[in-house]
Design a protein around this ligand. Structure first.
Ligand SMILES: Cc1ncc(COP(=O)(O)O)c(C=O)c1O
Length: 471
């Protein structure tokens, strides 16, 4: 071959030798330069392309290293037979070309986000330093499989004060998140159980139960929470519920249903309730809702909660409270395991709670989230009655209902094109809803949105959906 003609970009951030190497490689793969062809000498190609000989040398060296060409001493460079490689390369190109570019998310209504701007870093840093200064070598060794006793003591104290739960630190098990504690519970319950889960509900729970080959039955939720009559008609013997603030609808399980649910559990020895109290710290209206656990006199409720909402999701600290009847089984099964949460983090949190900073942080965050919800309500009120909200009494998300001719998934796509992420409630359904209605429900998490941006974000969303102001 006399010469190779390529357009290389001298101003590109990609080095010239790399551009040249890629061009020659592509030509070999596509058969433009046939197998066994002799490539131009380094000097000639350098002159022709007006590049330095070093550039050509580097490009050829890369091609030799990857087996596209072979160097024959004092004769020159020849193209190798690279059929297999060529196939892989072509495939790669196809895969990457069908990848859809993901739109940039500027406004994220994801329910898992918290207000990161308000985290008490200075105090946390102090306790992190203290954990090292005061505990040093102690914390290098494996701690209790149930979690550090000092943290369990603080949690027990906090649960009594804020949720009316009487429990001892011995009943508490700390783990790295609800998602890690649920499989542990399943082991504790043993085989042949049928789990009732809320529909719509927390998808991760459903996912975990099915991944562990557990039978699940989805029970519909209405404005009073999970339908107990439907539950009673099933074979389920363990119910997973979010009674204080149903995820995602925000419904509070009504007093009569609470009693019905506890009675259902008390009817048979193998019946239990898993009470997921994931965000009860944030209640903006009325008195805190009592936990089911505090109403249970028959030891049927396993209470589970997390610091993902109250502090930060990356902390990976959650816990459950076992009724005494399950403690022996827990001790038999789990004492050989080690805790999944690092001892340092547990000590930081224990001391943070002990010195009253957790309570202060919650009070502060409650005010911040209340303000956000007020702004959200105000912004959305301009679009009533086309738009309605519910579940705004607690937590860090609300349900947004809009009357629209487009489907909820189309509306979510439209929002995404405008840089807004918002999920239809249908995403949280275990079984698709057959209901065809003009009303489209969305889960709108507001925790991670800056307070100042709430009103403009809502107007931008309404604009994207072409919903005009009514008031
Ligand atoms: C219903 C529910 N349970 C639990 C959690 C927290 O899970 P984890 O402790 O694994 O972060 C969440 C978080 O969004 C949730 O929505």
């Amino acid at each position: 071959m006399d010469m190779l003609m390529f357009q290389l970009e001298k101003n590109s951030s990609i080095p010239l030798y790399e551009q040249l190497y890629k061009e020659i490689k592509k030509s070999i793969i596509e058969g433009v330069i046939p197998v066994h062809t002799k490539l131009p000498s380094k000097r000639k190609l350098a002159e022709f392309l007006m590049l330095s000989q070093t550039t050509i040398e580097l490009a050829y060296a890369q091609l030799v290293a990857e087996g596209y060409i072979i160097a024959k001493p004092r004769i020159g460079y020849f193209v190798e037979d690279v059929e297999d490689l060529a196939y892989i390369e072509t495939k790669k190109a196809v895969i990457s070309s069908i990848k859809e570019p993901s739109p940039t998310i500027e406004i994220d209504f994801h329910p898992g986000h918290i207000d990161t701007a308000s985290f008490p870093f200075t105090i946390w840093r102090k306790y992190a330093k203290d954990a090292i200064d005061f505990h040093e070598k102690d914390l290098l060794l494996i701690g209790s499989p149930q979690g550090e006793f000092s943290l369990r003591e603080e949690i027990a104290h906090y649960l009594y004060q804020s949720r009316g739960i009487h429990c001892s630190p011995e009943q508490i098990v700390i783990g790295s998140g609800t998602e890690q504690l649920l499989p542990m519970m399943m082991k504790l319950f043993g085989d042949y159980n049928v789990y009732a889960i809320e529909n719509p509900g927390y998808k991760l729970t459903h996912h975990i139960f099915t991944q562990y080959y557990q039978k699940t039955i989805a029970i519909d939720v209405d404005e009073d929470g999970i339908n107990i009559h439907d539950l009673e008609c099933t074979q389920a013997n363990i119910a997973y519920v979010t009674p204080s603030h149903q995820f995602p609808t925000g419904a509070v399980l009504s007093a009569s249903r609470r009693a019905q649910l506890l009675n259902w559990a008390a009817e048979k020895d193998n019946r239990f309730i898993i009470e997921d109290d994931y965000d009860s710290e944030f209640r903006y209206v009325g008195k805190p809702i009592s936990s089911l656990q505090s109403m249970d006199h028959r030891e049927t409720v396993i209470y589970i909660s997390t610091f993902s909402k109250s502090l930060m999701p990356s902390l990976r600290i959650a816990f459950f409270v076992l009724p005494p009847q399950l403690l022996t089984r827990y001790n038999d099964l789990f004492t050989y395991y080690t805790s999944t949460v690092p001892r340092f983090e547990q000590h930081i949190l224990a001391q943070f709670m002990k010195d009253g900073h957790f309570a202060k942080h919650l009070n502060r965050m409650r005010k911040i989230y209340r303000k956000k919800i007020e702004k959200l309500t105000l912004a959305l009120s301009h679009y009533a009655p086309t738009v309605k909200i519910s579940g705004e009494q607690a937590g860090m998300h609300i349900v947004l209902t809009v009357i629209h001719s487009q489907s909820a998934s189309t509306l979510a796509k439209i929002a995404l094109q405008q840089g807004i992420r918002i999920a239809p409630i249908d995403h949280y359904r275990m079984t698709p809803s057959n209901l065809v209605t003009q009303k489209k429900d969305f889960l709108l998490g507001f925790g991670g949105i800056d307070e100042q941006l709430i009103i403009p974000s809502i107007h931008r969303l309404m604009n994207a959906w072409q919903i005009s102001r009514q008031q």
